[in-house]
Design a binder for this molecule. Structure first.
Ligand code: DGL
Length: 266
């Protein structure tokens, strides 16, 4: 195996939400070594300016490249809408996978013709999201719901407190009242709330996220370049721009293991 094939993949989110994507990548590509950066010191990105997010993404991309990453996954919808074009321009030959709310599959799946999108304010206000609706949602009604506060709960390791339950219920109710039969989780933190959501919506409501699709896209890009590893994978490594101690506590809840965690000081 060449060095490049055995090289790791860098996965990035504003916080721990991208762990939902990391899990899909590890499931599909168990031979790949994974690096994960959580920019927890600057969360939530949903309320930050696109320029600020672009700068953070550049710093993280450089960090991954210094660690020899053969590809980067922006496991964050908010970072993708703000920064993926800039990163692609800056690193034209580096495989880069971003993510966007699953409007296309939801528009194909809905029977009521009404689709709900739960996402951050930054994602919902972006030109990229507007373009996504223009492209794929002409024949359906899309009801959007910004969800401030959810990310902070998940970052604290809270997946089911009464406060979180009330907050989520308040975001879901208007979507149900509008007749949505398909809910898009347009933020990588929200898949961790699926068990809670399942208690709030009838079983006929489809809940869609894009983690698995992102893993397949990564597999495609690496395959095209003969960069898929035969393994063995090294243990995943984690960095956070906030307290490593805090991430060490959260990892067993959201990732199952308490792997190595270091400080990301850039
Ligand atoms: N996980 C990020 C996303 O997918 C957003 C979290 C944040 O607001 O920082 O959009």
């Amino acid at each position: 195996m060449t060095d490049q094939v055995a090289a790791p993949i860098g996965v990035f989110d504003s916080g721990v939400g991208g762990l939902s994507v990391l899990a899909e990548i590890q499931r599909l590509l168990p031979n790949e070594s994974l690096l994960y950066v959580a920019d927890c010191g600057h969360i939530p990105y949903g309320e930050k300016s696109p320029e600020f997010i672009r700068q953070r993404c550049r710093l993280v991309a450089e960090f991954f490249r210094e660690h020899g990453a053969k590809a980067m996954v922006l496991a964050c919808n908010t970072a993708t809408v703000a920064a993926v074009a800039d990163l692609r321009e800056h690193y034209p030959d580096w495989p880069l996978v971003g993510m966007e709310p699953a409007v296309k599959p939801a528009a194909a799946a809905t029977r009521s013709g009404v689709v709900g999108v739960l996402a951050t304010t930054g994602t919902l206000q972006s030109a990229k999201f507007a373009a996504l609706l223009d492209r794929f949602a002409n024949d359906v009604q899309v009801v959007t719901q910004p969800c401030p506060g959810l990310v902070e709960c998940i970052e604290a390791g809270d997946l089911g407190s009464p406060v979180l339950r009330d907050l989520l219920q308040g975001y879901v109710n208007p979507l149900l009242a509008a007749g949505c039969d398909t809910l898009i989780l347009g933020c990588t933190h929200y898949p961790f709330l699926k068990p809670l959501l399942a208690q709030m919506v009838p079983p006929s409501i489809a809940i869609i996220d894009t983690g698995a699709a992102v893993a397949r896209q990564l597999q495609r890009l690496l395959g095209e370049r003969q960069l898929l590893s035969d393994g063995p994978a090294r243990e995943a490594q984690f960095w956070t721009s906030s307290s490593p101690e805090h991430l060490r506590k959260i990892l067993p809840i959201l990732w199952n293991k308490s792997d190595s965690v270091r400080s990301f000081t850039v």
